[in-house]
Design a protein around this ligand. Structure first.
Ligand SMILES: Cc1cc2nc3c(=O)[nH]c(=O)nc-3n(C[C@H](O)[C@H](O)[C@H](O)COP(=O)(O)OP(=O)(O)OC[C@H]3O[C@@H](n4cnc5c(N)ncnc54)[C@H](O)[C@@H]3O)c2cc1C
Length: 301
């Protein structure tokens, strides 16, 4: 175990930003489920800590004119219990259910899941298909940036010195939330307490709401399929304007241009590619079925 060199518990978000600005080597700690493991492994990078756990400014799940705001300090357990998040971003709730087990979900935050820069973060694929934005605050002020592009490489994210993620925003768009059929699944060696071998999220809109209808929009994202979580622009473009079955075939065929799965002790690259293709097909179909079901219910009303 590498001991803390310094530990400050911030009393407010302003104080946290000041503490981080004053000490360029300090890192914010939310739930600590990543940081404490790193420290135990002897990583010096996390020896100086500014504890932001429980800051009221980072809590809460709210809606403002259709936009969902999730405080970065929200744990996955709290997220899963939120009817608001379930209504506006059901795919995120589905993904949260895949994170670790209940004990970790009681502590692990969505902010830590995004800011750890991990290619296997379970919130990344659903947030990418929801076109999520990140609300950041730091010594130089506030800024709002898209999640797409935030992950720079393994363990590296687009956070400036001293910056803290305040909240994750899912903006209202035509067809988003229940209007866009969505689905997420994680393939891992065990069903719980295991990180993803591959995670896949899909969002689909069909032209006339029929289960076999024309694909008007496809959003597809993966974890662990590349050094960072990725959207799949080639697969998405290939599916456009085709009936569902053909769209799935075209998207799957185009996937190789979007992903670059690696070989590790967990899985060989070609096995990962097989899983990527299989999950893409399944998730696109599931998302399409959910879209059609939603339209059918809406029409029945
Ligand atoms: C046993 C176990 C199982 C796990 N299983 C999974 C799993 O199935 N799926 C999965 O995705 N993850 C899993 N994890 C990883 C981890 O639990 C999650 O990534 C979690 O969401 C991290 O959140 P945290 O609040 O604990 O982060 P912390 O450990 O507090 O921080 C992680 C990183 O994010 C930074 N950070 C945290 N909050 C902010 C903020 N608001 N602004 C700026 N930077 C910030 C920290 O400085 C640090 O670099 C597992 C971990 C363990 C120990």
């Amino acid at each position: 175990m590498y001991a803390f060199e310094s530990y400050h518990r911030a009393q407010s978000l302003t104080e946290a930003v000041e503490l981080l600005a004053a000490n360029p080597f300090a890192r914010p700690m939310a739930g600590g489920t990543d940081i404490l493991v790193r420290l135990r492994e002897g990583h010096k990078d996390y020896a100086k800590i500014v504890d932001i756990h429980g800051l009221p400014e980072l809590e809460g799940i709210t809606e403002d004119r259709g936009e969902l705001r999730i405080g970065s300090g929200t744990t996955f357990a709290v997220l899963m219990a939120s009817p608001l998040a379930a209504r506006l971003a059901p795919v995120l709730i589905e993904a949260a259910g895949w994170v670790a087990g209940p004990q970790i979900r009681n502590t692990a935050t969505i902010g830590g899941n995004i800011c750890n820069g991990s290619a296997c973060a379970d919130s990344a694929a659903p947030l990418l298909i929801l076109n999520a934005h990140l609300d950041l605050i730091g010594p130089e002020g506030k800024r709002m940036i898209p999640l797409r592009g935030f992950h720079l490489g393994p363990g590296r994210v687009e956070l400036r010195q001293g910056e803290i993620l305040r909240s994750v925003r899912v903006k209202p768009e035509p067809g988003q939330g229940q209007g866009l059929g969505t689905a997420y699944v994680k393939y891992s060696m065990r069903q719980a307490m295991d990180i993803a071998t591959i995670g896949c999220g899909a969002g689909v809109r069909l032209r006339d709401g029929r289960p076999d209808g024309i694909v008007d929009e496809l959003r597809l994202a993966f974890t662990v399929a590349a050094p960072t979580p990725v959207r799949c622009p080639s697969a998405e473009a290939a599916a456009m304007g085709l009936p569902l079955n053909e769209a799935i075939q075209a998207a799957v065929a185009a996937l190789e241009q979007d992903v670059s799965p690696r070989t590790s002790w967990r899985a060989a690259g070609d096995f990962r590619m097989h899983i990527i293709r299989t999950l893409a097909g399944r998730m696109i179909r599931t998302a399409a079925e959910r879209f059609a079901m939603h339209v059918a219910k809406h029409v029945a009303k």
